[in-house]
Design a protein around this ligand. Structure first.
Ligand code: TPP
Ligand code: MG
Length: 671
C-alpha cells in the first residue's frame, strides 16, 4: 500500500484518521503494553463510520436511541478510546489516554462496559462482541415494535476481526442474525489476514463471503482504507434489508515497519520505528498531540447527534405520561410494582394445593403469571422449549413478520443464545431469559461469565439439574455445574426445593439490575415442602429454617432442590429416635453469604452436627460443613462422588447413596 497515495487522495480524511493512529501508537508505547496494529488498520473505517453515519452524542453517550457501536475485536481498545477522546466524551480525557492500561484508569486493557458509559459491552474474549450485537439488534426490533419508530430507530455497528470470525460462537450469532433478517446490524470485518501466530492461512481457508451469504447476509467487499468506498458501503448496507457484512481489506499497522505482519498485532514500542511510521503518515505533532483543526473537526462530529437527541427527547416528552413512565421503567430495568403481589398470590395458591411438580414446571407456572405483567421479558430456549418449560401462553414468537413476539427459538446454540441474551439485556428495555439443560451450562459458560463481569441481569434457566433426570445418563447429568456457577463472582445460583421457592427465585432474579441468575431446576416431580403460606420471600435470605428440631437440637440438615425432600424424611426418622433435627433449605447460597453473621448464626448455630445433601459434587460445601462456625462443628456430605450413570432416577439415587437412610446414617455417625 502506497501511503503517499493515501495521504494525497483525501488529505483531510487522512489526517483525521491518522489522529486515531497516532494516539494508539503513543498510548500503547507509553503503556509498553497493548495492541497497536488493529486501531491503525481500522482507523479509516472508524473515521467514516463516526464521521458520517453513527448517530451519537459524545456528551450523552447513553441516550437511548443512539446507534450502538461494538468493538468486538476488543484488543484494539485504543481505537475506541481514541475515538471517544477525539469526539469529546467527558469520561475519556487526555490523561485517560496517557494512563491507558493503568490501575484505576477507565481506559482498561480491553473495553469494559462498567468503566465507560460509551462502551456498550465488554469485549476482549473474541467472538463475544459480534454475538452480543445480535442481541442488541434484536432488542432494537423488539422495542421498535413495542414503542414505535419515534422512540426506537437505530443501527448496531460492529468491528470484528479474523479472531472473532474464527471463534465458533460467531457462527451461531451469524446464523441467528441471518434467520431473523436483522437488517439494522452492520458488521465490519477487519480483513487484514493476520492473527497472533501469523497469517490467517496457517489455520483457516474459510470463504467468509460465502459463509455470511449462506446465512442470509448482505455482503460487500471493499478497500478498508478508501474513505469513499467505506461511505458507499455503509450507505448500501443500511438499505440492504438484511444483516450486512462489509469485508474491509486492510493493512494491520499500516505504514509501520511491522505492517502486514503478526508483529503488528501487539505492542509496537520501538521508538525509532514509531517515529518512522509517523513520518510516513505525515504526522508532525508531538506525542499525544492532535493538530487543533483535526481535533475541532472531531469535536464537531461528537456533537453531530445532539440535535437528533434533543428532537428525540421532544418526541418522548410529547407522549402520554403513562407511556413515558413505562418507557423509563423498562429502560431503567425496574420490575413492576405488581411483581411481588403476583408472586405472593401464586405462592398462596401453591401452598394451599400442594402440587407435586418438577421445578421446571413450577418455573413455567411462575412465568405464566409473571410474563403478562412484565411485557419486557423475552423468553427462549436452545431447542428445548418443551423441556425447559420456558414458553408461556401470552408471549408470541419473535420472527421476521412478528417483531412483537417475545419468545425466541434460538436453535441448538447455547453459546450464541447466552451472548445474544447479554446483548438484549445490555441494550436496555428488555429482560431476557433462556433455557437449556444444566449440563450444557458449559456451552453457554463464556457468556455467563461475562454477564456476571458486565453486571447484566440475564436469567439462565437450566433444567434437568442432576441424576434426577435419569436415563439420558452422565453426559446429561450435571454434577460440577452448580459448583462452577457458584464459584463465579456476581452470580446468583438458585436451586429451589419446590414450586414456592421457584416462584420466589423468579421474583428475586427479575428484581436484579446488576446480577445474572442461574435457575437450576429439576426434571422430576417434587412435593411442595412449603405448605404453610408465608407472604415474605424466604429465599431472599438464601437459606432459612424449613423445619425446626423438636426437643434438643442435635443435628442440622442442609439441602437444596430435590434433596430437601430427602432431608425432611431423614428428619422424621431421626426425630422418631428422639434426635432433635433441624432442616435448613438453602435455595441460594450466595444470598445466604450476603446476610450478616447474626442471621447466618441463627440459621446454622454452632453445636449440632451438620449434614449437607445435594446430588452434585461436594466442592463448595465444606465452608458450611466445617469452617463457617468454627471447629466444633462436625459435618458430612451426602452427594455425588463423580459422574452419574444411565438408569431410572430412583435407581440412581439408590446407587449413589443419596437417600434419606444415608442422611440418617451420616448424622448418627457424627453424634
Ligand atoms: C477467546 C479468545 N481467545 C484468544 C484470545 C487472545 N487473542 C487476542 S487477539 C488474538 C488474535 C486475533 O486476531 P485478529 O482478530 O485477526 O486481530 P488482529 O491481529 O488482526 O488485530 C488472540 C488470539 C482472546 N482475546 N480471546
Ligand atoms: Mg486479523
Amino acid at each position: 500500500m502506497d501511503i503517499q497515495e493515501l495521504r494525497t487522495r483525501n488529505p483531510d480524511h487522512w489526517m483525521r484518521a491518522t489522529a486515531i493512529r497516532a494516539l494508539a501508537l503513543d498510548a500503547v508505547a507509553n503503556a509498553n503494553s497493548g495492541h497497536t496494529g488493529m486501531p491503525i488498520g481500522m482507523a479509516d473505517v472508524a473515521t467514516v463510520l463516526f464521521g458520517k453515519h453513527l448517530k451519537f452524542d459524545a456528551k450523552n453517550p447513553q441516550w437511548h436511541d443512539r446507534d450502538r457501536f461494538i468493538l468486538s475485536a476488543g484488543h484494539g481498545s485504543m481505537l475506541i478510546y481514541s475515538l471517544l477522546y477525539l469526539c469529546g466524551d467527558p469520561e475519556v480525557t487526555l490523561d485517560e489516554i496517557k494512563n491507558f492500561r493503568q490501575l484505576g484508569a477507565k481506559t482498561a486493557g480491553h473495553p469494559e462496559n462498567f468503566l465507560l458509559k460509551a462502551v456498550e459491552t465488554t469485549t476482549g474474549p473474541l467472538g463475544q462482541g459480534i454475538s452480543n450485537s445480535v442481541g442488541f439488534a434484536m432488542a432494537e426490533e423488539m422495542l421498535r415494535a413495542r414503542f414505535g419508530k419515534k422512540l426506537v430507530d437505530h443501527h448496531t455497528y460492529v468491528i470484528a476481526g479474523d479472531g472473532c470470525l474464527m471463534e465458533g460462537v460467531s457462527q451461531e450469532a451469524i446464523a441467528i442474525a441471518g434467520r431473523h433478517e436483522l437488517s439494522k446490524l452492520i458488521v465490519f470485518w477487519d480483513n487484514n489476514d493476520i492473527t497472533i501466530d501469523g497469517k490467517v492461512s496457517l489455520s483457516d481457508k474459510t470463504d467468509q463471503i460465502t459463509r455470511f451469504k449462506s446465512a442470509g447476509w448482505h455482503v460487500q467487499e471493499i478497500d478498508g482504507h478508501d474513505a469513499e468506498a467505506i461511505d458507499a458501503a455503509i450507505t448500501a448496507a443500511k438499505k440492504a434489508g438484511k444483516p450486512s457484512m462489509i469485508a474491509c481489506k486492510t493493512h494491520i499497522a499500516l505504514g509501520h515497519a511491522a505492517q502486514d505482519t503478526s508483529k503488528g498485532h501487539g505492542a509496537l514500542t520501538n521508538a525509532e520505528q514509531n517515529t518512522a511510521a509517523k513520518d510516513a503518515w505525515g504526522w508532525t505533532t508531538g506525542p499525544f498531540e492532535v493538530p487543533a483543526d483535526v481535533k475541532s473537526w472531531w469535536e464537531e462530529i461528537g456533537t453531530r447527534g445532539a440535535a437528533d437527541r434533543s428532537e428525540w427527547e421532544a418526541r418522548l416528552a410529547g407522549m402520554s405520561e403513562s407511556r413515558q413512565k413505562e418507557f423509563a421503567r423498562v429502560m431503567n430495568g425496574e420490575a413492576p410494582k405488581k411483581l411481588s403481589a403476583t408472586v405472593k398470590a401464586l405462592k398462596k395458591q401453591i401452598s394451599e394445593t400442594a402440587p407435586k411438580v418438577a421445578t421446571r414446571k413450577a418455573s413455567e407456572m411462575a412465568l405464566e403469571v409473571i410474563n403478562p405483567i412484565m411485557p419486557e421479558t423475552i423468553g427462549g430456549s436452545a431447542d428445548l422449549t418443551g423441556s425447559n418449560n420456558t414458553l408461556t401462553g401470552d408471549m408470541g414468537v419473535f420472527d421476521v413478520g412478528s417483531r412483537k413476539g417475545r419468545y425466541v427459538y434460538w436453535g441448538i446454540r447455547e453459546h450464541g443464545m447466552a451472548a445474544a441474551m447479554n446483548g438484549i439485556a445490555l441494550h436496555g428495555g428488555l429482560r431476557p431469559y433462556g433455557g437449556t439443560f444444566m449440563a450444557f451450562t458449559d456451552y453457554a459458560r463464556p457468556s455467563m461469565r461475562l454477564a456476571a463481569l458486565m453486571k447484566v441481569p440475564t436469567v439462565f434457566v437450566m433444567t434437568h439439574d442432576s441424576i434426577g433426570l435419569g436415563e439420558d445418563g452422565p453426559t446429561h447429568q450435571p454434577v460440577e455445574h452448580l459448583a462452577i456457577s457458584r464459584a463465579t463472582p456476581n452470580t446468583l445460583v438458585f436451586r429451589p426445593a419446590d414450586a414456592v421457592e421457584t416462584a420466589e427465585a423468579w421474583e428475586i432474579a427479575l428484581k436484579q439490575t446488576d446480577t445474572p441468575s442461574v435457575l437450576s431446576l429439576t426434571r422430576q416431580g417434587l412435593p411442595t415442602v412449603r405448605t404453610e403460606h408465608k407472604t415474605a420471600n424466604l429465599s431472599e435470605k438464601g437459606a432459612y429454617v424449613l423445619a425446626e428440631a423438636a426437643g434438643k437440637r442435635q443435628v442440622i440438615l442442609m439441602a437444596t432442590g430435590s434433596e430437601v425432600e430427602l432431608a425432611l424424611k431423614a428428619r422424621e426418622a431421626l426425630q422418631a429416635e428422639g434426635i432433635g433435627t433441624r432442616v435448613v433449605s438453602m435455595p441460594c447460597i450466595e444470598l445466604f453469604e450476603q446476610q450478616d453473621e447474626a442471621y447466618r448464626r441463627k440459621v446454622l448455630p454452632a453445636g449440632p452436627v451438620r449434614v449437607a445433601v445435594e446430588a452434585a459434587v461436594q466442592f463448595g460445601w465444606d465452608k458450611w460443613l466445617f469452617s463457617e462456625r468454627g471447629k466444633r462443628d462436625k459435618g458430612a456430605f451426602v452427594g455425588m462422588p463423580g459422574f452419574g450413570a444411565s438408569a431410572p432416577a430412583e435407581v440412581l439415587f439408590e446407587k449413589f447413596g443419596i437417600t434419606s437412610d444415608a442422611v440418617v446414617a451420616a448424622a448418627k455417625g457424627l453424634l
